[in-house]
Design a protein around this ligand. Structure first.
Ligand code: NAD
Length: 328
């Protein structure tokens, strides 16, 4: 069996080799994305695996079908670049990797929250000036804090477990109440989360109900000692309102793995001048931590993304049921 893997990322290489050695399935990797110009590369292969945010052109479905390929396997959570109706029309079973490592993202959120709580951004600033003093930077301890989770799904659930293990009180708002999370959190409403949490941590998808969910009204409800953690999607937070809330001391700080404007330089190296104004303002604040949307980036997550996708591709090629089929 031979599989073609599009859009190879350097860190994926060892895990692809590991999977291929274990299964005996040949995997050819190419840097190119799956497009109308590269779909011909799939000719002669039994299956394909890809990851990209750019939409697949209609001819891609048609050609894959023509080459006898039976699946469209995305090695990522999102599958919005796939037209499910077209996939169905051309007999292509669609799969994604819905949860490659919730812990990876949860641990990043926790790490940043601890850095904020311990005021390490301010200490770093003092240390840069060889100022070894402490006044004004007394911290709190995590087991005395209330953590409010907005969206307790895969990642929010893992986040609840981590904070609960540290002795924090964990509350959450989510339309779905998961009984398996009851040892770690108490469900409540959004207002209570915003008003009572010392750490508000976001883990919802970005959709109509969550776009700009954290806006000036929300910041007004939050404690002025509270921290906001966003390791979900930038658009959940209104960035202008966040900047205003920080400047007006309505909240104590924020950790942002993602910002609404990140698309302009996602996974790129840029000059200071190229940074959007919102990043410039936020970066200058010692109580704001910005990371390059790398919360997912652990060895476990990369191994799982590759392995779970390839396993599903093989299942479909062998006429078996994949684990993560996406239904239209
Ligand atoms: P999930 O689908 O498992 O969980 C999302 C939860 O949010 C669900 O329980 C859902 O019911 C809940 N929800 C939806 N709308 C809500 C609302 N208005 N209020 C409260 N809860 C609501 O998703 P997940 O895998 O846990 O991912 C969570 C977020 O993390 C997504 O935005 C995803 O894109 C993001 N993510 C970020 C990274 C990163 O590297 N930073 C990596 C992977 C995923």
């Amino acid at each position: 069996m031979k599989i073609l893997l599009y859009s190879l990322l350097e860190p994926e290489k060892p895990y692809i080799k590991e999977w291929s050695d274990k299964t005996g399935v040949e995997v050819t990797c190419v840097d190119e994305m799956l497009t109308k110009d590269t779909v011909d590369m799939a000719k002669g292969y039994d299956g394909i695996v890809f990851q990209q945010t750019q939409d697949l052109e209609p001819v891609v479905y048609e050609k894959l079908h023509e080459y006898g390929i039976k699946q469209l396997t995305a090695r990522m959570v999102g599958f919005d670049m796939i037209d499910l109706a077209l996939a169905k029309k051309y007999g292509l079973t669609v799969t994604n990797v819905p949860a490659y490592s919730p812990r990876a993202i949860a641990e990043m959120g926790l790490t940043q929250a601890l850095r904020l709580v311990r005021k390490l951004g301010y200490f770093d600033q003092r240390m840069d000036n060889l100022d070894f003093t402490w006044p004004g930077l007394e911290s709190t301890e995590i087991y005395n804090l209330t953590v409010g989770i907005i969206g307790a799904g895969h990642i929010g659930g893992a986040t609840a477990q981590l904070y609960s293990a540290l002795g924090a009180k964990v509350i959450a708002t989510d339309p779905i109440h998961r009984v398996e999370l009851s040892p770690y959190l108490e469900y409540t409403d959004l207002d209570t989360v915003l008003k009572t949490a010392d750490i508000v941590t976001l883990h919802t998808p970005l959709n109509e109900s969550t776009a700009n969910l954290i806006d000036k009204e929300a910041f007004k409800k939050m404690k002025d000692t509270a921290y906001l953690i966003n390791v979900a999607r930038g658009g959940i937070v209104n960035t202008d309102d966040l900047i205003a809330a920080l400047q007006n001391h309505e909240i104590a700080g924020a950790a942002l793995d993602t910002l609404a404007s990140e698309g302009q330089f996602f996974e790129k190296k840029v000059t200071p001048e190229e940074l959007p104004e919102d990043y410039k303002i936020l970066r200058a604040m010692p109580n704001v931590l910005i990371s390059p949307h790398n919360a997912f980036f652990t060895n476990t997550a990369v191994r799982n993304m590759v392995g779970m996708a390839l396993d599903d591709a093989v299942a479909i090629i062998n006429g078996k049921r994949p684990q993560f089929e996406v239904y239209g």
